[in-house]
Ligand binder design. Sequence first.
Ligand code: A2G
Length: 394
Amino acid sequence: LDNGLALKPPMGWMSWERFRCITDCQLYPDECISENLFRRHADLLVSEGYADAGYEYIIIDDCWLEKDRDNRTQKLVPDKKRFPSGLNALSDHIHNKGLKFGLYQDYGTNTCAGYPGVIKHMKLDAQTFAEWDVDYVKLDGCYANISDMATGYPEFGRLLNETGRPMVYSCSWPAYQEEAGEMPDYESLKKHCNLWRNWDDIDDSLESLMQIMDYFAKNQDRIQPHGGPGHWNDPDMLLLGNYGLSYDQSKLQMAIWAIMAAPLIMSNDLAAVRPEIKDILQNREVIAVNQDELGIQGLRVLTRNQIEVWRRPITPVTKSGHHSYAVAFVSRRDDGAPYRIPFTAKDLKLTNPKGYRVQDLYDASNKLGVFQSESQFITRVNPNGVTFYKFTAL
Ligand code: A2G
């Protein structure tokens, strides 16, 4: 969507994967979907250093609404018990921290968790979002006719635009089409949305992560060309800092999300993220790959002995037009020991005649020097882990 926004993959924090639809603030005061949760995470995003690393959006997912619209005005009403100060106060708090404010809604009659959707009140809701100083809208697709989405999503985008307030527009529409066996129209998505959820929701497990990686790799020829500045494919939230991924698996998701030019939207309790996982989330080199200005989405280029090679063209580009590359080696092996494997330049499709300077993005102390096209590149990958390098074209 050519609205001048999301020229790099959006970075931020969203409630859904970790906090779901917890609404009992008596039982779970620190976890329920409430203004306290979002204030606390806006504060933590800044105080824990995430904002400095580039994380910017605080996004409310489902379960923030009253079950009914306002009787008189038909406006959406945030849950009165859980958001007693109202969304303007919350968005002010977020903006005063130097951050941006995101909000979830649904194109259909109801959100996935059953709260009122936008379908009969699209103009009013777009205006209400602008009044609340929203900067980012995630529009889900439960309880809607899939056949209406091709016109409905662009219409809501137009209404957002007409408010005059710049809002990033995240569309869930292709995920519902894929589920129904329909082929998403990527040209239309690019035109009308800043990012879109291609497929299933992520859950907090290696299995779910691998399913998403496999989906994107298997369908990469039809998905990858459509990602780019202002219009991104979205494989869903980062799981890091929760329960399901080990240290190595956390590095793996972060590396592959960087290769895929995926939005980096965390969903975790920022007060409880262990220091070594926080280091991964704030790894400046890995984030720089994700945010590379060319905005070219990477691909899975090779699999050998259950080691996958994922590769993304990045800057700098030489005068003769050779890209630099971020290359991730992903182990799908679970045989209990680091696995050593050599690759040739040809395997990795690294063709710059002058070679590349190689940098280990997770271990600066690992000095790798220059890689020439006739030499072998040897890496050693932990089970269900990753090694991640930048090959800077010389
Ligand atoms: O509703 C859907 O499942 C969403 N999925 C998920 O991300 C979350 O928002 C949930 C809330 O009820 C898509 O947007 C594809």
